[in-house]
Ligand binder design. Structure first.
Ligand SMILES: *[C@@H]1O[C@H](CO)[C@@H](O)[C@H](O)[C@H]1NC(C)=O
Ligand SMILES: *[C@@H]1O[C@H](CO)[C@@H](O)[C@H](O)[C@H]1NC(C)=O
Ligand SMILES: *[C@@H]1O[C@H](CO)[C@@H](O)[C@H](O)[C@H]1NC(C)=O
Ligand SMILES: *[C@@H]1O[C@H](CO)[C@@H](O)[C@H](O)[C@H]1NC(C)=O
Length: 418
């Protein structure tokens, strides 16, 4: 008991010195502890940092692998990259050697078909032919509008009048307008011998004829369409718009330019006299008759009358690639509608394109009304002399009181009255 007391006593007695020593010890321990903890923590942070970097690297690798695999998988599931492809720089078809198909008899009802359909089916697999006359230079530089006109060798007078009227090449407000005729060969040997030389001379003078080595028949018009699309895709990277039409139509180039200006923000421009839900014609006497063996759906996809329509250059290139995914169909404008359907592009119907109907009524006053023509983009159909006369009237000091839109309304009423 006393010892204990003594100890406490001594402790109290020696307090100042003893306390000082103790404080030093505690402080030392504290400093060492702090040092150790911070070193330990640094160590922790250090190893943590390495881990972090490692983890980042692993994640990066995994991410890269993930996206790569995903892309590979996408590439696998994606269809043919149909709408973008490297194309040849020149016409790459040099042989016209294409023999009749031997397996058409497997088509149901083939033997009962008319001769022209048999002919069509026998040669449907012959997709491309060599060129006889070519003019790649037509598309050099920036061309705003390329006008291409379907013609046949014997229609020389139509080409002559078009060159003098709406087909004249010009530059309007710095916009270059170019023109070409699209031809095949004659389907008749005698004509072939006599007219081919004349055609070559015509081309020598004007330099505006594209000719391919296939017979210019009604059912081969689709070949003209696909050959043009391929030709355009090969040579015409800098052409903004295309007008494609027949050689017996009236065209207002100024109205085309105005329409294009107003549609310059339209993507996939394709405009014309569009038929929605047209039915295949099943009457054999009709020029457009199509037997169910060739087309068995109730409606055609929307398509623009081939007499005259407008499309933009990039769309024409995609239409070429789309056309290659389809079997040829004997009616060219319907075939182009099928290509548009592949691309899921809906053609635009515009009232200034009159390729069907309106002027069937020969008594209609509009047939001779220049103010009507002045307000239109295309009117079907005018033969050379009438076209020349109308062109002169429209480009004289013609005063038209009605605005184009109103005139169109008036023309509808007029037609209903007649
Ligand atoms: C056309 O092609 C066939 C088979 O591909 C060949 O036997 C024939 O000799 C060719 N004819 C010509 C004129 O090239
Ligand atoms: C006919 O033959 C061509 C190739 O020669 C083939 O692509 C096509 O599918 C065949 N058609 C039929 C109906 O068998
Ligand atoms: C289309 O042209 C080719 C080549 O001249 C010919 O063999 C084929 O018979 C023609 N097709 C039709 C339907 O006229
Ligand atoms: C229509 O034609 C397609 C291909 O040509 C064929 O697969 C289909 O069976 C036909 N449909 C009918 C109802 O005949």
């Amino acid at each position: 008991m006393s010892n204990k007391f003594e100890f406490i006593n001594s402790l109290i007695m020696s307090a100042p010195r003893h306390r000082w020593r103790m404080c030093k010890t505690v402080a030392l321990i504290f400093v060492v502890a702090v040092l150790m903890i911070s070193v330990f923590q640094r160590g922790l942070v250090g190893t943590g940092g390495d881990l972090q970097i490692e983890r980042n690297a692993r994640m990066q690798k995994e991410t890269i692998t993930y996206w790569k695999e995903k892309q590979d998988k996408l590439a696998e599931t994606r269809q043919e990259p149909v709408y973008e492809r490297d194309l040849a720089r020149t016409w790459d078809i040099t042989s016209a050697n294409c023999s009749a198909s031997t397996n058409v008899s497997s088509i149901e009802g083939f033997s009962a078909l008319e001769q022209n359909f048999k002919q069509f089916l026998l040669y449907r697999h012959c997709r491309y032919f060599p060129m006889i006359m070519n003019h790649p230079e037509k598309c050099s530089g920036d061309v705003h509008l390329l006008m291409v006109i379907k013609s046949i060798i014997s229609q020389h007078d139509r080409r002559e009048v078009i060159r003098q009227t709406w087909g004249k090449e010009q530059v309007v407000d710095g916009k270059k307008i170019k023109m070409l005729f699209l031809l095949g060969t004659s389907s008749n040997e005698e004509e072939k011998a006599n007219h081919q030389k004349l055609l070559e001379y015509e081309d020598y003078i004007y330099g505006d004829i594209l000719q391919w080595d296939f017979m210019d028949t009604f059912f081969n018009l689709t070949l003209k369409e696909t050959h043009f699309l391929k030709w355009f895709s090969t040579y015409c990277g800098n052409v903004r718009y295309i007008f494609k039409g027949d050689d017996d139509v009236f065209v207002s180039v100024m109205n085309i330019l105005e329409y294009l200006e107003s549609s310059k923000n339209t993507k996939d421009l394709f405009a014309g006299d569009v038929l929605f839900k047209a039915k295949p014609i099943r009457k054999k006497q009709n020029k457009y008759y199509i037997p169910p063996a060739l087309y068995n759906k109730t409606h055609y996809p929307p398509y623009a009358g081939g007499g005259g329509f407008l499309m933009d250059g990039p769309l024409a290139r995609r239409l070429y690639l789309a056309s290659e995914t389809l079997e040829l169909f004997p009616i060219d404008d319907v075939f182009l509608g099928m290509c548009l359907e592949v691309l899921q592009v809906t053609p635009i119907k515009h009232n200034a394109f009159k390729t069907f109907g309106l002027l069937k009524d020969k008594k209609s006053k509009l047939n001779n009304e220049p103010c009507f023509y002045k307000s239109m983009i295309v009117v079907h159909k005018l033969l050379p002399q009438a076209l020349l006369d109308m062109w002169r009237l429209v480009h004289s000091d013609l005063v038209c009181t009605l605005k184009p839109g109103l005139l169109w309304e008036a023309s509808k009423n007029l037609n209903q009255q007649l």
